[in-house]
Write a protein that binds this ligand. Structure first.
Ligand code: AKG
Ligand code: FE2
Length: 199
């Protein structure tokens, strides 16, 4: 027994010029990336046993690039996730970087047991990019089926390919497998823009 949530992958998402600007922005902001935190009942804590990576909380002008892109893709996103369209009340963004040994253990992106009166994350959208040639290995995104729903679905393993966007419901359990990278060179990390569409 196990059933996967619907998910979808879009390839060749950004034009080459915008992608090059995003890479430039990422590399010039290396010093502003800090150790990623995780949410624990109402507060953010650093717990490197569940998440080990770097995050940049202010994606600056790229916020607008991704708001435009996600808005343009929104009909496709709702369709492929089998969701009825809702009014997106907020877009939330983080940039992440995974170097050697980085990972994010299985989790969900929304704290659904809390009713805070605030908007909540409903759709997770992760955009991947890296320099070529790619030098890291691993770092796949695994989407897990829900074990208590009828079905024979197996976990799905998604390759964090350059210029790819993957979308899935924020309630779907998922994990980032450990990255291996021989060099300690930041420019060779697994980069992502993590976006959440709030209802
Ligand atoms: O980088 C990824 O593939 C997913 C990251 C993630 O799960 C998160 O930031 O919540
Ligand atoms: Fe996540």
């Amino acid at each position: 027994m196990a059933k996967l949530f619907a998910y979808h992958q879009f390839e060749n998402v950004l034009d080459q010029g915008t992608l090059a600007e995003l890479v430039d922005f990422t590399l010039t902001n290396e010093a502003n990336y800090t150790l990623s935190n995780v949410a624990r009942v109402g507060e953010k804590v650093i717990d490197t046993t569940s998440r080990y990576s770097l995050t940049l909380l202010k994606p600056s002008k790229f916020k607008h690039v991704f708001i435009e892109k996600l808005t343009a893709l929104s009909d496709d996103i709702f369709y492929h996730l089998n969701m009825s369209r809702f009014k997106i009340s907020k877009f939330e963004f983080q940039l992440s970087a995974h170097g050697n040994g980085a990972f994010f253990k299985q989790h969900i992106d929304t704290i659904s047991h809390q009713s805070t009166g605030k908007s909540s994350r409903v759709i997770s959208a992760v955009f991947y990019y890296h320099l070529t040639p790619k030098e890291f290995e691993g770092g796949e995104l695994v989407l897990y089926p829900l074990p208590f729903l009828p079905g024979d679905d197996q976990p799905v393993v998604i390759n964090p390919m350059n210029n790819k966007l993957v979308v899935f419901p924020s309630v779907a359990p998922h994990e980032v497998l450990p990255v291996t990278l021989q060099k300690s060179d930041f420019s060779k990390y697994r980069f992502s823009v993590n976006c959440w569409l709030h209802k």
